[in-house]
Design a protein around this ligand. Structure first.
Ligand SMILES: Cc1cc2nc3c(=O)[nH]c(=O)nc-3n(C[C@H](O)[C@H](O)[C@H](O)COP(=O)(O)OP(=O)(O)OC[C@H]3O[C@@H](n4cnc5c(N)ncnc54)[C@H](O)[C@@H]3O)c2cc1C
Length: 380
């Protein structure tokens, strides 16, 4: 057994940590305030192979693996969860279906520019009346000669307002629940495709999240991902499975940042004549946080390693998402508590991690849905 990052992993970790401090951190306040994503980061990260670190270097990726992607996600989340989410979507949801199932043409026209940060991607599954029950989507793609005509609405779409293309889930055969779904690539500027709203969120304010509408949106048939009608649900499931491991790194990075801020604050804040870190109640909370963060990180990287080694992670990936996002809520609550009244003030950064992290038990499959999947995998 070897629980250490490799030398290559360490070099990558130092490089991305340095990048996050120098290139991302200075952009956070303005992005949070304006709710406008600093789009220049896509090209900057793409140029260094940081944007999509697990795809081969020959197509612009970092030439790494799932562990490398987790390192990238953990480091970016330590700095800002919103910006990290936008970039995570690019390295996972918005590229993986094309990487795994796309045609050579789709890879050349969409995937490679996306990996290089020249095109921004989004992934549209959720609809106003279809969230956890993804198979209940109403978006339709109807074949018409050499095209498909897409009609439907997608909501809560990360990068939606700024995307150059979106991978859209739609039924080609609505009589077959789940299996009659396909994924289509719809590019910005396609008649019938519009961003109807940019959504105003409680946290993760630096990502742009939107509602997308498809009204008689005609796309060439070769924009369908995969060779035949049906089977898109399996492509979605595979993409989400991988994303659940990445989510462990997202939660770990956020937890680490909250812990670091809290230790600094507790050393500095004096009450009853001594820094509050000297009180046993504070030490107990910090000790528990440190323990949980270590477990979050170890478990995430273990399952990433399993994934990289071709092992079945259908049970472990949702366990990573469930455990890390739930325990993060306790870490954030304790961080806030230790900050006292100042923590509740917008001028202290802990409130941002607290607002941002609240999302993590909800998106990419709620905790209840992770429990359902784990139960199913356990055979219940
Ligand atoms: C900021 C943000 C970004 C997002 N980005 C994207 C994106 O890029 N692309 C995309 O497609 N989607 C995206 N989503 C959507 C996200 O994945 C969904 O919000 C999530 O899957 C939950 O769906 P819902 O919000 O409709 O909740 P619902 O499905 O309505 O669930 C509401 C509650 O009911 C519970 N529940 C539902 N069914 C069951 C059940 N069977 N058993 C027990 N409890 C149940 C849920 O756990 C939850 O607590 C994003 C959401 C947010 C908020």
């Amino acid at each position: 057994m070897d629980f250490e990052l490799t030398e290559e992993n360490r070099i990558f970790q130092n490089a991305i940590r340095d990048f996050a401090q120098k290139e991302v951190a200075p952009l956070v306040d303005e992005a949070e305030e304006t709710n406008v994503f600093p789009k220049q980061l896509f090209r900057k990260m793409g140029a260094q192979g940081f944007l999509c670190p697990r795809y081969p270097a020959e197509i612009g990726g970092g030439g790494g693996d799932k562990i490398t992607e987790c390192i990238m996600v953990e480091e970016l989340n330590r700095v800002n969860a919103g910006i990290a989410a936008s970039l995570m979507a690019q390295s996972g949801l918005a590229t993986q279906p094309i990487y795994n199932y796309g045609s050579d043409e789709q890879k050349k026209e969409i995937l490679i520019p996306a990996i290089k940060g020249e095109k921004i991607g989004a992934f549209g599954l959720t609809e106003p009346n279809s969230g956890s029950d993804a198979a209940s989507i109403k978006t339709r793609a109807v074949r018409d000669a050499e095209s498909y005509i897409i009609n439907g609405t997608k909501i809560f779409i990360t990068n939606g307002p700024i995307c150059d293309y979106v991978i859209v889930a739609a039924y080609t055969d609505p009589t077959k629940r789940g299996v009659g779904i396909n994924l289509f690539i719809v590019e910005k500027g396609t008649p019938g495709f519009s961003v109807s709203r940019k959504l105003d969120k409680v946290g993760n304010r630096s990502i742009e999240t939107g509602e997308l509408v498809f009204e008689d949106c005609r796309v060439p048939a070769n924009k369908m991902i995969g060779e035949k009608e049906g089977g898109g649900f399996a492509q979605i499931a595979e993409t989400l499975l991988s994303g659940r491991i990445t989510y462990g790194a997202r939660c770990t990075g956020t937890a680490q940042a909250a812990y670091d801020l809290t230790v600094l604050y507790a050393k500095d804040r004096v009450q009853f004549g001594k820094p509050i870190i000297k009180f046993q109640a504070t030490k107990f909370k910090l000790a528990e946080m440190a323990m949980h963060i270590d477990i979050m990180r170890s478990y995430t990287y273990r399952v990433a390693w399993m994934y990289d080694n071709g092992k079945n992670v259908r049970k472990e990936a949702p366990m990573v998402k469930l455990f890390t996002s739930e325990i993060l809520q306790k870490i954030l609550a304790d961080s806030m508590q230790i900050h006292g009244g100042y923590g509740y003030m917008m001028e202290y950064p802990i409130q941002r991690y607290w607002r941002d992290g609240r999302l993590f038990t909800i998106t990419e499959g709620t905790s209840e849905i992770q429990r359902l999947i784990i139960g199913r995998e356990l055979g219940f």
